[in-house]
Design a protein around this ligand. Structure first.
Ligand code: PLP
Length: 386
């Protein structure tokens, strides 16, 4: 019998790597809920499973799919949220370590780093990582241990050049970690561009159905730092639950289709909204006028992602008024689901946020893009006249 050809990622993810339950031949693997596993008579654990806090087969099934999508030779780890994943990485650094991070990033993580990071002995500098000169100046050879970039960055969708950031980090003896939530493994593969670790809020497009809170880390190699992160997850009990892992595994089967459709709609919306009489500015890396469109075009494949923001003429009042009037878009926080979401971001991020008050963040779902445009257009016009 000839061996399997090299199936594409789309084929592999559709079948969740083709795992079949050996007992029943079911095409959907069961959800493993056991918290403990039988030890062998010779006192070993030949199954590779000891206890539920570090070991769960359903979690490992979902991790294998994510590692495959990211070409992660070091493997993947799933956590109870995106924040838990990111914080496990920061807790794996040593007191005194210097971190350089994107100033424009998911606000709750920036707040945690600015407020709590110091309590764990980390020295953190926030810079515009889309400006490589700023990044170069902030990194201190020998002292900086981690460069953390989010690209595209929430909620302004600035783009950091991952390959250049990796070069800068590595030249200083630091690792590069990338929050790639808004790109998804479909549109960007940071490890292939030189990053050491990738983080996903799997709550978002990886799962895609707004019914699981989860986080993932993937590693270019299983080195001692990765072992430290694995130990932090094990001791803190930060692993994802088996039912959530099952839902995530189910959601990821359609990731390539969803990500492509959402990204196509986001681009169509960005283009049309750029010409809208009540929109001052559209922030989307797929637009040629985006300041780092060329970098995005180089490092993103098959689209520019599902997230965009608009700045509304008429300021905060008009922006909130627009969000108040939509009917198809859902007025809610979060991103990446099949349903489109709209949010006045400054209201949630509070003071210290780089988010302007006239900004509405749009997470594009899989609805008909004509309907999405029509609904926004009506809301923008109504907010402007009333
Ligand atoms: N990173 C990004 C870019 C996010 O948008 C979010 C959440 O919105 C997170 C990380 C945190 O993920 P979670 O809400 O799963 O903790």
């Amino acid at each position: 019998m000839s061996s399997d050809p090299a199936w594409t990622k789309r084929s592999l993810v559709a079948q969740a790597l083709g795992k079949v339950d050996p007992q029943t031949r079911a095409v959907v693997p069961p959800i493993h809920v056991a918290t403990t596993y039988i030890r062998d008579p010779d006192n070993s654990y030949s199954s590779g499973y000891i206890y539920g806090r570090p070991d769960n087969a359903t979690v490992r099934d979902a991790e294998a799919v994510i590692a495959m999508l990211e070409d992660a030779s070091g493997g993947a780890l799933l956590f109870g949220s995106g924040m838990a994943a990111a914080i496990a990485l920061f807790l794996s650094l040593a007191p005194g370590d210097h971190v350089v991070a994107s100033r424009v990033m998911y606000w709750a993580l920036r707040n945690w780093l600015a407020g709590e990071g110091a309590r764990f002995g980390l020295a953190i500098d926030f810079v515009e990582t889309d400006n490589l000169d700023q990044l170069r100046k902030a990194v201190v050879p020998g002292r900086t241990k981690l460069v953390w970039v989010e690209t595209p960055s929430n909620p302004l969708w600035t783009i950091t050049d991952i390959a250049s950031a990796a070069e800068i980090a590595h030249a200083a003896g630091a690792r590069l970690a990338v929050d790639s939530t808004a790109a998804s493994p479909i549109h960007t593969r940071p490890l292939a561009l030189g990053a050491d670790i990738v983080m996903h809020a799997a709550t978002k497009v990886l799962n895609g159905h707004s019914d699981v809170v989860a986080g993932a880390l993937v590693a270019a190699r299983a080195d001692p730092f990765w072992e430290k992160i694995t130990a932090v997850r094990r001791t803190h009990g930060a692993i994802l639950g088996p039912f959530e892992a099952f839902l995530l595994l189910r959601g990821m089967r359609t990731l390539p289709l969803r990500a492509a459709a959402q990204s196509r709609s986001a681009l169509a919306l960005a283009e049309r909204l750029s010409a809208h009489p009540h929109v001052a500015r559209v922030l989307y890396p797929g637009l040629p006028q985006h300041p780092h469109h060329n970098v995005a075009a180089r490092q993103m494949e098959g689209g520019f992602g599902y997230m965009l923001s608009i700045q509304v003429i008429g300021g905060e009042t008009a922006a909130i008024g627009t969000a108040a009037r939509v009917r198809l878009w859902k007025r809610a926080t979060s991103l990446g689901g099949v349903e489109s979401l709209i949010e006045h971001r400054a209201s949630i991020e509070g003071t210290g946020s780089p988010c302007p008050p006239d900004l509405l963040r749009l997470s594009t779902g899989i609805e008909d893009p004509e309907d999405l445009y029509w609904d926004l257009d009506e809301a923008l016009r109504a907010a402007h006249s009333g």
